[in-house]
Design a protein around this ligand. Structure first.
Ligand SMILES: Cc1ncc(COP(=O)(O)O)c(C=O)c1O
Length: 305
C-alpha cells in the first residue's frame, strides 16, 4: 500500500526542475551574429506559478527540520506577492495557518490566489510606506506572539533554495557553459543563491542584477534604501547592475509573449532587457535570465492590453 502511494509525486515534489528555453527572435543582432545564446529559465512553471515556490518550500522544510516550527503553527510574512502565493500553497500542503501582509496596491490576481490557498490577508496602505511598512508590521505581530515570521529577506534558507536547486539545474542544463546569469532583484535570494553555486563551479561566471530605475514601479523588485537592504544581500556577489525603466520592462513583457510565446511577468522582462544589454557587449556567451513568474498574474494591470 505504502509503496503504491510513494510511487506518485506530491504537489511539493513538482517544485523546480523547470525548463530552460532558447529565445529565437528577440535577440536579433546581439544573439546569433555575435555567437550569443540567450536562455530563459521558466520559473512560472512551478506549481504555484513562480520562482518563490523554491524559497517557500526551502524555508518551511528547513525550519521544520530544525524544530523551529511544526504543522498547526501560524506563520506570518510580509510579501509583495509571489512569496505570499508560494507560502500559502506550502502552508496548505504542510498544514500551517498563514497570515500574509502586503501593500494594498498589488494586483487583485495575487490576493485572490493567496485566499484560494486558504491564507489570511492583511492589506496595509501603500501610502504609508509599502513593503517597508508591511515588514515592520510583521515584526510587530511576531513580537506580540501572533505567529512566526520566516522573513524571506533575512532567511538563509531563501538563497539556499537556489544554491541547492536553481544553480545546479542551470549548470546541468547548459552543460557548464553558462557564462552570464541575469536576475531581477527583490529579496535577492535568487541571485545570491545561484551566484554562490555557479561560482563554486566556475569562478569566471558573470552575475548581473536588474534593478528598477529611479521612479520605476516593477512589481516584486526594488532598489532598497540602505536601512532596508535584505540581510541576505551581499553586494560583492553581483558583478554588474543594470537599471531598468518601467516602460522598457513593460514593452519587453509584451514582446516576450508576442514574439517568443513566453508569457512572463514584468520583472522577468526587465531581466531580459538587462540580458540584451549584456549580449550587446559580449561574444560567444551563454546568457541565462530568470522568468520569475507568469504574465497572467498581471492581466488586471492592463500591461498586456
Ligand atoms: C515578480 C518578482 N520578480 C522578481 C523577484 C525577485 O526575486 P528574489 O526575491 O529572489 O530576488 C520577485 C520576488 O519576490 C518577484 O515576486
Amino acid at each position: 500500500m505504502i509503496s503504491r502511494m510513494k510511487k506518485y509525486l506530491t504537489i511539493e515534489d513538482t517544485i523546480g526542475a523547470t525548463p530552460l528555453v532558447r529565445l529565437q527572435r528577440i535577440p536579433g543582432g546581439v544573439g546569433e551574429p555575435r555567437g550569443n545564446v540567450i536562455l530563459a529559465k521558466l520559473e512560472g512553471n512551478n506549481p504555484a506559478g513562480s520562482v518563490k515556490d523554491r524559497a517557500a518550500s526551502s524555508m518551511i522544510r528547513h525550519a521544520e527540520e530544525r524544530g523551529d516550527i511544526r504543522p498547526g503553527d501560524t506563520l506570518i510574512e510580509a510579501t509583495s506577492g509571489n512569496t505570499g502565493i508560494a507560502l500559502a500553497m506550502m502552508a496548505a500542503v504542510r498544514g500551517y495557518k498563514m497570515i500574509l501582509i502586503m501593500p494594498d496596491n498589488l494586483s487583485v490576481e495575487r490576493r485572490a490566489s493567496m485566499t484560494a490557498y486558504g491564507a489570511q490577508l492583511i492589506l496595509t496602505p501603500a501610502s504609508q510606506g509599502g513593503m517597508e511598512y508591511a515588514r515592520d508590521l510583521a515584526t510587530r505581530m511576531q513580537a506580540e506572539g501572533k505567529g512566526k515570521v520566516l522573513d524571506q529577506f533575512a532567511n538563509a534558507d531563501n538563497p539556499r533554495a537556489h544554491f541547492e536547486s536553481t544553480g545546479p539545474e542551470l549548470w546541468q542544463q547548459t552543460d557548464g557553459r553558462i557564462s552570464h546569469f541575469v536576475s531581477a532583484m527583490g529579496t535577492t535570494g535568487t541571485i545570491m543563491g545561484v551566484a554562490a553555486y555557479l561560482r563554486s563551479r566556475n569562478p569566471a561566471v558573470r552575475i548581473v542584477g536588474a534593478q528598477p530605475a529611479e521612479g520605476a514601479q516593477i512589481p516584486g523588485i526594488r532598489k532598497w534604501p540602505e536601512a532596508y537592504q535584505p540581510a541576505i544581500y551581499q553586494p560583492a556577489e553581483v558583478d554588474e547592475f543594470e537599471s531598468i525603466g518601467q516602460a522598457e520592462a513593460e514593452g519587453m513583457a509584451r514582446r516576450l509573449a508576442a514574439e517568443e510565446g513566453i508569457f512572463g511577468g514584468i520583472s522577468s522582462a526587465g531581466a531580459l532587457v538587462a540580458a540584451m544589454r549584456v549580449a550587446a557587449r559580449v561574444e560567444n556567451a551563454t546568457i541565462v535570465f530568470i522568468v520569475c513568474d507568469r504574465g497572467d498574474r498581471y492581466l488586471s494591470t492592463g500591461v498586456f492590453n
